[in-house]
Design a protein around this ligand. Structure first.
Ligand SMILES: [Zn+2]
Length: 418
């Protein structure tokens, strides 16, 4: 039996299409955009149930590719995309939420970076040999084997990481802590069904994460990580850069009145939700049309940068030449100084302009690929995360909290660089 695809715009005739699928008159649906599949979530759920009944139904969309409705991952993508399509409100908070959902759904686009151990290079298909190793690692570590001993054993058996290297405790822990191996994506502390299959169950993943997470904390060696240091946060009362100052219970940023900080001491912000918000803003910004404009500007900036470098080099050469001539007594000290000073002044000016031009290389590989960055974010080093935030945001003004409002994103006013 060949594939019969019908091109439809679901809505008034949804009933007919669902019936046709049920009676196997058609075995596929092709629509322009996923929102045509489902004006209402109930229609999607009906379609999903039908697919499970009938077995294989091909669902294709022109604008968003095909959905494999026979896997739970495919179904959750369809649900997310459907939810996005239904949202038509354009206020910024709903835009952010939609972005959030899109990023979560973007698991199907995950590409680039290092191939995750346990998966084929398409990052979707499970590699059976490596998956068996992942299950073994998980069972052994959960059973009490140390990361060190498991890594040593893998190395002695000639099992290599996806990069072809020996295993170490860090790499092993990264694999076991990843939401990926349980077929999930983690974003902003939430889990989403991913389009790739899991190797271990979400339950086992949770147990491993608790175990390995608490081990890090109890060792006391894990440094406290603060993303928004180095002047990224400024006190809205006194404009002083805020610093990290944890309480025993939570990570915090404060405006410190200590000598050396010189702030007003009257501003603080809890770190976790604030950092999550800033990451969300950065990811959103990287996918926005404003960025395209900013990138063009920054290319102009690159040209200016190159010119300034040339000017500085030329001025330095001239200054050195003058110094040589003076050394060879071709002219007097006062003549030399009269010639040298304006050159030196020019060099200083160019250097000041150079230092003001912001390098954007930290984000080059992520421009317009916020989905890639969202996937990679948790695995990036703190300094890399910091560099990316820095490239996008100049600073964030922190306003005083309103009593009893909990986390209030309105308190934080980002000033974007890009
Ligand atoms: Zn202050």
């Amino acid at each position: 039996m060949g594939t019969v695809l019908v091109e439809v715009e679901l809505g008034s005739d949804t009933r007919t299409v669902l019936d046709d699928i049920k009676n196997r008159v058609i075995d596929g649906v092709l629509v322009w955009h996923p929102d045509r599949l489902q004006r209402h979530p109930r229609e999607l759920e009906e379609l999903i149930a039908l697919v499970e009944d009938v077995g294989s139904v091909q669902i294709e969309t022109v604008t968003a590719g095909d959905f494999d409705m026979s896997t739970s991952a495919g179904r959750s993508i369809a649900r997310i995309v459907g939810a996005i399509a239904r949202k038509d409100s354009d206020d910024s908070s709903s835009r952010l939420k939609r972005k959030h959902a899109e990023l979560a759904a973007a698991g199907k686009l995950a590409g680039g970076g290092v191939r995750p151990f346990g998966y084929e290079p398409d990052r979707l298909t499970v590699n059976p040999t490596e998956a068996a190793v992942v299950r073994e690692m998980a069972t052994r570590v959960e059973g009490g084997d140390s990361l060190r001993s498991v890594a040593a054993d893998l190395n002695s058996r000639g099992i290599r990481t996806s990069k072809g290297n020996d295993w170490n405790t860090t790499g092993l822990k990264k694999v076991l802590m990843s939401a990926r191996i349980s077929g999930r994506r983690e974003y902003g502390g939430e889990f989403f069904d991913a389009v790739w299959a899991g190797i271990i169950t979400p339950e086992q993943s949770e147990r491993l994460r608790r175990k390995l997470g608490s081990r890090t904390r109890s060792s006391g060696r894990a440094p406290r990580r603060y993303l928004l240091t180095g002047g990224l946060l400024r006190c809205g009362r006194c404009d002083t850069p805020m610093v990290s100052r944890p309480t025993p219970k939570r990570r915090r940023y404060v405006c410190s009145a200590d000598p050396g900080n010189g702030g007003c001491g009257r501003m603080s912000a809890v770190a976790d939700p604030l950092e999550a918000l800033i990451v969300e803003l950065v990811l959103y910004r990287l996918d926005s049309p404003e960025l395209a404009t900013a990138i063009t500007d920054s290319q102009a900036q690159q040209t200016e940068l190159a010119q300034l470098h040339d000017e500085v080099a030329a001025d330095q050469a001239m200054r050195d030449e003058l110094a040589t001539d003076y050394a060879n007594r071709r002219f007097s000290r006062s003549e030399w100084m009269a010639a040298r000073d304006p050159i030196q002044e020019r060099i200083d000016q160019s250097r000041r302009r150079l230092s003001r031009l912001s390098p954007t290389s930290a984000i080059d590989e992520y421009e317009g690929h916020a989905d890639l960055l969202a996937n990679a974010w948790v695995d990036l080093s703190l300094s890399r995360q910091h560099a990316i935030v820095r490239a996008v945001i100049d600073h964030v003004m922190v306003q005083p909290a309103t009593l009893g409002r909990g986390f209030d994103r309105e308190r934080f006013k980002p000033v974007f660089r890009l």
